[in-house]
Ligand binder design. Structure first.
Ligand code: DC
Length: 226
């Protein structure tokens, strides 16, 4: 428990299915979701807009500390608001994801965002989605899940997701972007992507979403003492 609030940490690489798992868990338990990746994405987007270099640690950490960011529910989806503007569609691009992964390497940037993320842990509980939820942000989380999948499978899922929206997708390009981002996220010195020692590691490569949810729920119930 984090200050007597149940926190379920869900970490893993991009495209492993964390978003869908968190949504289902949030509905089941009535807990809010912290999409920590969206915070890094908004920071990267704001930096690009202001012309701040993605390795300018001092400027980026001061931007991070003063980011006027909020989440708002719009038509059953969570909109990301920056300075009063809905930036949801801008931050979901591959380009912003790559830029987010670059600013996320910087220790001062991560430090500037730490308390903001912890503030989301309010009663009755929180589903925290990210890379370092179980290792750094919520080390005392009630249950920690690390959801993985092969890079090839994640690229295939991304391609079919884009194609279902009528967007043409290049599998090889997407696979390369996924591999580059994985490498940066896993090999950075501060808060690298890795399972916490006490996390349930779930490889979703050959699992359906229902199988992932069922396994995760069984684990969470055992941690919640139900
Ligand atoms: O989950 P996502 O794809 O929206 O995250 C975008 C990037 O943000 C990811 O590649 C690395 C960074 N990130 C992070 O370093 N720590 C987190 N807790 C969440 C995201």
């Amino acid at each position: 428990m984090q200050n007597n609030v149940a926190v379920i940490a869900v970490d893993g690489p991009g495209g492993a299915g964390k978003g869908e798992l968190c949504l289902r868990l949030s509905k089941k338990y009535g807990f809010a979701i912290l999409d920590s990746g969206a915070i890094y994405r908004v920071l990267a987007y704001a930096a690009l807009k202001k012309g701040i270099a993605l390795d300018a640690e001092k400027e980026l950490s001061s931007l991070a500390a003063n980011l006027n960011l909020s989440f708002k529910e719009v038509n059953n989806a969570v909109a990301v608001i920056l300075d009063g503007e809905d930036v949801s569609s801008f931050i979901r691009t591959e380009e912003t994801g790559g830029a987010a992964s670059k600013v996320a390497v910087l220790p001062e940037v991560r430090a500037a965002l730490l308390q903001r993320q912890r503030d989301f842990a309010v009663a009755p509980g929180l589903i925290a989605d990210g890379r370092d939820m179980g290792t750094v942000v919520f080390p005392d989380a009630t249950a920690k899940i690390f959801l993985d999948a092969s890079a090839e499978e994640r690229a295939r899922r991304r391609v079919s997701q884009l194609e279902s929206r009528g967007v043409k997708a290049d599998y090889d390009k997407i696979l390369k972007e996924i591999a580059d981002r994985d490498f940066r996220d896993r090999n950075r010195a501060t808060a690298p992507l890795k399972p916490a020692d006490d996390a349930l590691v779930l490889d979703s490569t050959t699992l359906s979403i229902q199988e992932v949810v069922d396994t995760a729920v069984k684990f969470i119930e055992s941690k919640l003492g139900r």
